[in-house]
Ligand binder design. Structure first.
Ligand code: AHR
Length: 498
């Protein structure tokens, strides 16, 4: 039997709600169709935002949304996407499928979406093909409350009040699609561009995110921090940056031969889960470099792109990155979010890629229909971790799965302000169920309840069978110092102890 000791006397820090963030790019059917629909679409919407999608996203309490890319960000010229619709530029989305981008979803529409979701805003600027002036004018357009050319343009375009930009990314993947730069070259550009990301609202300064490494590229982290890290000045809370990004995707069969989302072997199940567990090593690797500059952990590691990347669904545009989502993806989400919770002292935000219809999405749409994926359910089951205090968990006798490759059960725990403890546990075995005993070190719970997401590894929701995978009640028994439950293979549990 696996025993998980949960120590309330050793809190790890606050789990930033933004760890449960999302990413939406002008890519395939994420923005257009997935979120934003034309007035004549016949799909219920509010100001173009699909009502079904917004409602489903509100249920998982989306805390922050990153936009407009991704690789698209370094090709995006924001002025093309503001002003009267009929005069917005039409362009080809060269990076993603070569389709026409009509710029009908632009800055105003993004802020409207975030307003409807009630979430924070994370705008990603263009360093690869944009100028400092363009970036600084965008920040002025969005946030300046006074007399200026950009503030007046915003008012002419229908929005007198400035918006709040919570986070601003200075470029995206500038080691790759964002300009193929060397770390030192990017780092110098970063110093320059970020200077003009002005804090017009001093009471709510914009958090600046510096473009960080791809996966284990620690050389990038070292060189960028060496050039960009500056000790905080009185006028700037964290010097030149508030966060350093990290991108890590799980490619089950590698980049060349990623493999199908729905057809996979037992061996591929374990390879995928093992690659998801690797996130912890990456946090330790890059976090270790950050510790040298920032031992007080004021700068966040911002994992603003993560998730599983499979082959596209057969018959769909290869440039649209549309993939299905099974219990295997749910387990990757569960494992990754547990890792983020356990490293909440350094990981301050994370955005799963991507929100709707692209890569590891929480929602899929087809015309007027929408389904929730198993990954949506994991975000739903983990929502009480947002803003809670992470607790130290120690595992005893958890056994192994996939041969000796990994622990059979992986967990995280947190305590909310009302004292309720949430424990989320993932059974990494594809075939064996596990009995899990939770042992609290500091008290005896009076009440226990649980939710379970389980099913055969390949199970997924379809438009004809939208509830093949759904949350169920988990039977949890109170014990002397905690609770006990059975976790089926490929299962994810969320247990609440009061
Ligand atoms: O999420 C898809 C792409 O993956 C993003 O545009 C890019 O940043 C990353 O390589």
């Amino acid at each position: 039997m696996a025993t998980i000791h949960i120590d309330e006397t050793r809190p790890l820090g606050r789990i930033a709600p933004e760890i449960y963030g999302h990413f939406s790019e002008h890519l395939g059917r994420c923005i257009y169709e997935g979120i934003f629909v034309k007035p004549d679409s016949g799909i219920p919407n509010v100001n173009g935002m699909r009502t079904d999608v917004v409602e489903a996203l509100k249920e998982i309490r989306v805390p922050v949304l990153r936009w407009p890319g991704g690789c698209f960000a370094d090709e995006y010229h924001w002025k093309d996407g503001v002003g009267p619709l009929e005069s917005r530029k039409r362009m080809v989305n060269t990076h993603w499928g070569g389709v026409v981008e009509d710029n009908s979803f632009g800055t105003h529409e993004f802020f409207e979406l975030c307003r409807q979701l009630g979430c924070k805003t994370y705008v990603n600027g263009n360093v690869g093909s944009g100028t400092v002036q363009e970036m600084s004018e965008w920040v002025e357009y969005m946030t300046f409350d006074g007399v200026s050319p950009m503030a007046e343009m915003r008012a002419r375009n229908g929005h007198r009040e400035p918006w709040k930009v919570d986070y601003f990314g200075v470029g995206n993947e500038n080691w790759g699609c964002g300009g193929n730069m060397t770390p030192t070259y990017y780092a110098n550009l970063y110093r320059r561009y970020q200077t003009y990301v002005r804090h017009y609202d001093h009471a709510a300064p914009i958090q600046k995110i510096c473009g960080g490494p791809n996966a284990d590229d620690v050389k990038w982290t070292k060189k960028v921090l060496k050039t960009c890290f500056a000790h905080p000045q009185p006028e700037d809370a964290h010097g030149f940056m508030d966060g350093l990004s990290l991108h890590y995707y799980v490619f089950p069969g590698g980049w060349q031969n990623k493999g199908s989302a729905t057809v996979f072997t037992e061996e591929e199940w374990y390879t995928t889960i093992q690659k998801a567990l690797y996130m912890e090593e990456l946090i330790n690797l890059h976090g270790g470099v950050m510790d040298k500059y920032d031992p007080e952990k004021k700068i966040g590691l911002i994992v603003d792109e993560w998730g599983v990347w499979h082959e596209v669904e057969p018959g769909t545009n290869p440039g649209f990155l549309y993939q299905q989502n099974t219990m295997r993806d749910a387990l990757v989400a569960a494992v990754t979010l547990n890792i983020f919770n356990n490293h909440c002292d350094r990981v301050k935000m994370a955005c799963i890629a991507q929100m709707v219809n692209v890569l590891q999405s929480v929602l899929l749409t087809e015309g007027p229909r929408m389904i929730k994926t198993p990954t949506w359910h994991v975000f739903h089951m983990y929502r009480d971790h947002q803003g809670a205090q992470a607790l130290t968990v120690t595992a005893e006798d958890v056994g192994t799965a996939g041969g000796e490759a990994m622990p059979a059960v992986q967990v995280s725990a947190s305590k909310a302000e009302d004292g309720v403890i949430t424990v989320t546990a993932a059974n990494l075995s594809m075939t064996e169920s596990q009995t899990v005993r939770l042992a609290l070190t500091a008290r005896k719970p009076e009440k226990a309840s649980g939710t379970l997401l389980a099913g055969e590894a390949h199970l997924h929701n379809t438009f004809d069978e939208p509830e093949a995978v759904k949350e169920q009640t988990l039977a949890v028994t109170l014990t002397e110092n905690g609770a006990e439950f059975t976790l089926p293979p490929c299962g994810v549990a969320s247990v609440r102890l009061a």
